[in-house]
Ligand binder design. Structure first.
Ligand SMILES: Nc1ncnc2c1ncn2[C@@H]1O[C@H](COP(=O)(O)OP(=O)(O)OP(=O)(O)O)[C@@H](O)[C@H]1O
Ligand SMILES: [Mg+2]
Length: 273
């Protein structure tokens, strides 16, 4: 007999949603970061699983953005930053000297806290990346990439009649979706998002959150957020940082209902941070 109790059905659904068996897309192994003499990250081990949303949480200054920037070598752009340990993408060391950083950042794209469209048209914002990476053979192909990217970013309907208008003329929430379209346009495998909704109102936030959930099907996403509700809504796994250490990491529902570490408990219940 194969009768599923309500509880075991719920467990099965949860297990499916957490998809613990998804392959590891990126792995941080004993990651350290120094800014000059100051150490910002201490031996962080964290796996990012494919087609999942991993949320990074923790109080201000704990190293979330620093860790995120390690994943596509954006810390390379900060003179004082030194990264140690190992970070892999599909088991390949991304700090290996033979890695082309421009190509890496196309595979591991980034969306920032403040929407930052280029001072160009909506079309050009999305077309720029595919053009420099040679992803389109002709104008028709480029048009198609632009349209598809705007569609995936849930902006096409609002933007299709104003593609030649400046991206900066869109509302904040639309600009953030434009930046997501720009990230998607170069066919990344991983999208890093550093507090992507912090400059948005609740309606625009809801749209971007819905979008993140849809994007998970095709991409792997790592998101930094200060909103516990947002982490709970959009992520399958959550990693808690504190003072440069990874405190714990696990399925989001467990992290928010039954964390192992008291610091996580204190943070999610608003006792500090
Ligand atoms: N460019 C930098 N130069 C020097 N120190 C830095 C730099 N960026 C970050 N730090 C330091 O590294 C530590 C971690 O900072 P980080 O920005 O990663 O924290 P965070 O968790 O993202 O914080 P927040 O939630 O406020 O964005 C902090 O002590 C910060 O002051
Ligand atoms: Mg930050």
């Amino acid at each position: 007999m194969n009768i599923m109790t309500e509880k075991s059905l719920e467990d099965a659904v949860n297990a499916e949603m957490n998809r613990p068996n998804e392959p590891i897309k990126m792995r941080g192994d004993q990651v350290t970061v120094h800014y000059g003499d100051k150490q910002a990250l201490f031996g962080v081990n964290l796996d990012v699983r494919q087609n999942q949303v991993t949320a990074l949480i923790g109080p201000s200054g704990c190293g979330k953005s620093t860790f995120l920037r390690c994943l596509n070598r954006m810390n390379d752009t900060i003179d004082s930053a030194r990264v140690g340990g190992k970070i892999t993408l599909d088991s390949e060391d991304i700090y290996d000297p033979k890695i082309d950083v421009v190509e890496l950042r196309a595979r591991v794209g980034m969306v920032f806290q403040k929407p930052n469209p280029f001072p160009k048209s909506i079309y050009e914002n999305v077309a720029y990346g595919p053009r420099i990476h040679g992803l389109a053979k002709n104008k028709a192909e480029l048009d198609e990439i632009v349209e598809k990217s705007l569609q995936k970013a849930a902006l096409w309907n609002e933007a299709k009649d104003r593609l030649n208008e400046p991206g900066t003329g869109l509302s904040g929430g639309q600009q953030q979706r434009l930046c997501i379209a720009r990230a998607i346009a170069v066919a990344p495998e991983v999208i890093l998002m550093d507090e992507p909704c912090s400059a948005l109102d609740p309606i625009a936030t809801a749209k971007v959150e819905e979008l993140i959930d849809e994007l998970r099907e095709n991409y792997t996403i790592v998101i930094v957020t200060h909103s516990m509700q947002q982490a709970a809504r959009v992520s399958q796994r959550t990693a808690m940082f504190h003072l440069g250490y990874l405190v714990e990491e696990g399925p989001t529902d467990k992290m928010f209902t039954n964390p192992d570490d008291k610091r996580t408990q204190d943070y999610i219940t608003g006792r500090f941070g």
